[in-house]
Design a protein around this ligand. Sequence first.
Ligand SMILES: Nc1ncnc2c1ncn2[C@@H]1O[C@H](COP(=O)(O)OP(=O)(O)O)[C@@H](O)[C@H]1O
Ligand SMILES: [Mg+2]
Length: 247
Amino acid sequence: MEELPSNPTHPALPAGYVIQATGIKKVYKRGREEIVALWDTNLSILPGEFIVMIGPSGSGKSTLLHLLGGIDRPTRGELRVNGVDLITANEDALTRFRRDNIGFVFQFYNLLPSLNALDNVILPLLAKGMSWKASRERGAVVLEQVGLSHRQKHTPSQLSGGEQQRVAIARAMALEPRVILADEPTGDLDRASSNSIINLMVDLKQRLGVTFIVATHNLNLLQVADRSYELTDGHLNRMSNGPAGYI
Ligand SMILES: Nc1ncnc2c1ncn2[C@@H]1O[C@H](COP(=O)(O)OP(=O)(O)O)[C@@H](O)[C@H]1O
Ligand SMILES: [Mg+2]
């Protein structure tokens, strides 16, 4: 059997890759036109790594995150995330995969405006069938983890952009996913709020071993990355050196 790599950033986390993509390619069809959003892409990620992807608009960042998160499927290639084969999984399995394995964080937070912070965070828990009481207890824990215990009852319009993104991160973490995929998470924030969201993500990685994959224009994120990549016209290139022995 192939030997699994040990985990240099988190010795306590399980060995082996949480994400393994081999030769994945994504072609979008628009009428008769074909757009190659992602060329043959290889990527192996260990649990608890903080991965940053930069690249201009249209370079394929969101496409890659969608593939890794089971929102969309590659046109070709092999892709396993947290032990699930995303190529062969049927639609039901893919829905379960997204719910149980992945937290998503977006540029514009995507909170429900009529619900307060706690209710936004517990929605995925209730949807999974957790009781009202247990959901609220868990919701309070994750809001505490993002430093927002004092804002439970605030609705999004009563929160700053940075606070709204903290709520969105708490919601993404509610079901304890192994991986959080963040698409331009600081794209709508001023510099101070951006830095505080970056520090929060690093803190969650260090304390809880959450794996982060962040697509961004914010070059400050390169400083905190375990590994970073640049996407150019659908080609993914490694930027910095990480632990030897894997891609
Ligand atoms: N659903 C889609 N249908 C057709 N083309 C798409 C679709 N989504 C993205 N694209 C195209 O794929 C390329 C990569 O897009 P995207 O992954 O959104 O880049 P980024 O997130 O880096 O801005 C772009 O040329 C974009 O126009
Ligand atoms: Mg994008």
